[in-house]
Write a protein that binds this ligand. Structure first.
Ligand SMILES: Nc1nc2c(c(CN[C@H]3C=C[C@H](O)[C@@H]3O)cn2[C@@H]2O[C@H](COP(=O)(O)O)[C@@H](O)[C@H]2O)c(=O)[nH]1
Length: 365
């Protein structure tokens, strides 16, 4: 057994110990869907088109079957870690701490990009490439001890980790450094410096792990106030972190969750774009003009919340429609989301973006 592989007896002992010590209140839910439905019911600038949503469900179900889309697809991505051990858990935690706001207003050749394995990587993949490159350079970028060590993990070292091969540096560098410092501090204070202890404390509950992330790590607490009257939990990075672990471990070992289907779509800036392209999401003329004009939409603006909330609700309706036609399907909101994101990236690569994604700069997605 390699050092990294978890000893089942030790895991059980830790599970018992942490399950008692740090068990959050019995978690019924992550309360994301109810907030998304509220936003959908009260949205005036975004609407769902049911006919297109039904058609999308049929297309997605058929395409996912054809491509044999499953949790295995996650590790098939060239840059994603393949090892089924603690090093991958730490990689995913680091990655999803920083998995936000890669978009740029510069052209394809000037935008922030990471050079790795003789290729230029942009967007989300630039983050994954930067982390892999740092590990290749023996920089312990996925270690929370390192993040906490201000003598070793200096701003200069982090600038080196995220150095661009263009003139544009990574967006929100300072916020990313703050996320690492904060997470390192929380892991030190509450989880013996290891994220795997958060997984053990969640006791095989995806909802519990999402709530641990949202409660104990402020930079994961993606909650908005919709039109000053309702607090809505969107929890995009907390949810995608749990989903990435579930997919990377194919639902086993560190990725074993009894309630994984409580996880919703991850409200980012790519899936709303493809849902709009598929005709599922409709924008009011003012909103459509703002998106097409690549206007900056402030984080927390009603338009932004309507696009994010209605996207979560739309993917839920797609999931229910697929389940209605295929009662024994394994397809859940996570796999639908992963499929839609990957499909949108293929369209982007082919230069087929009928409408841009919306422009909001924030650490939440
Ligand atoms: N909803 C959703 N959002 C996702 C992803 C991913 C990548 N997940 C990988 C894991 C399994 C999948 O198969 C993917 O290969 C990144 N993002 C978000 O998109 C934005 C980056 O966009 P761009 O700058 O164009 O790369 C940014 O907000 C980032 O947080 C996803 O899957 N779903």
């Amino acid at each position: 057994m390699s050092d990294d592989e978890a000893d089942p007896e030790l895991l059980d002992f830790l599970r018992q110990h942490f399950a008692k010590a740090a068990a959050p209140e019995p978690v019924a839910d992550i309360h994301v869907l109810e907030g998304a439905e509220y936003v959908y019911d009260n949205a005036v600038d975004v609407a769902l088109d049911m006919r297109s949503t039904k058609a999308a469900a049929a297309m997605i179900s058929e395409q996912m079957q054809k491509k044999e889309y499953s949790t295995k697809t996650w590790a098939s991505h060239e840059l994603h870690p393949k090892a089924k051990d603690e090093s991958t858990v730490n990689f995913i935690f680091t990655m999803d701490l920083l998995n936000f706001s890669f978009w740029s207003e510069k052209g394809e050749d000037e935008r922030f990009a990471i050079e790795y394995k003789d290729r230029k990587w942009t967007g989300y993949w630039s983050l994954v490439a930067a982390l892999q490159r740092a590990l290749d350079e023996d920089i312990p970028i996925t270690s929370s001890d390192f993040w906490q060590n201000e003598d070793e993990c200096t701003e200069e070292v982090l600038k080196h980790v995220f150095r661009s091969c263009t003139q544009e540096e990574i967006p929100m560098f300072k916020e990313r450094m703050a996320c690492l410092r904060e997470a390192g501090q929380v892991l030190y204070e509450k989880y013996q410096c290891s994220f795997t202890n958060c997984i053990v404390a969640a006791n095989n509950s995806a909802a519990a792990l999402v709530n641990i992330l949202a409660t104990d790590f402020p930079c994961f607490n993606d909650v908005v106030r919709f039109e000053n009257r309702k607090s809505v939990r969107l929890l995009k990075r907390a949810q995608i972190c749990v989903a990435d672990i579930w997919a990377a471990f194919e639902g086993e070992d560190f990725g074993k969750f009894d309630d994984i289907d409580k996880i919703t779509m991850f409200a980012d800036y790519r899936v709303p774009q493809i849902l709009n392209t598929l005709g599922c999401l409709w924008y009011s003329p003012q909103l459509e003009n703002a998106v097409r004009g690549k206007k900056l939409i402030e984080s927390g603006h009603s338009w932004e919340i309507q696009m994010r909330g209605c996207s979560i609700w739309c993917v839920e309706l797609i999931r229910r429609e697929i389940l209605r036609n295929h009662p024994d399907t394994k397809i859940n909101a996570i796999l639908i989301d992963f499929f839609l994101y990957d499909t949108m990236k293929e369209m982007e690569k082919a230069g087929q973006e009928p409408i841009p994604h919306h422009r909001t700069r924030s650490i939440w997605y």
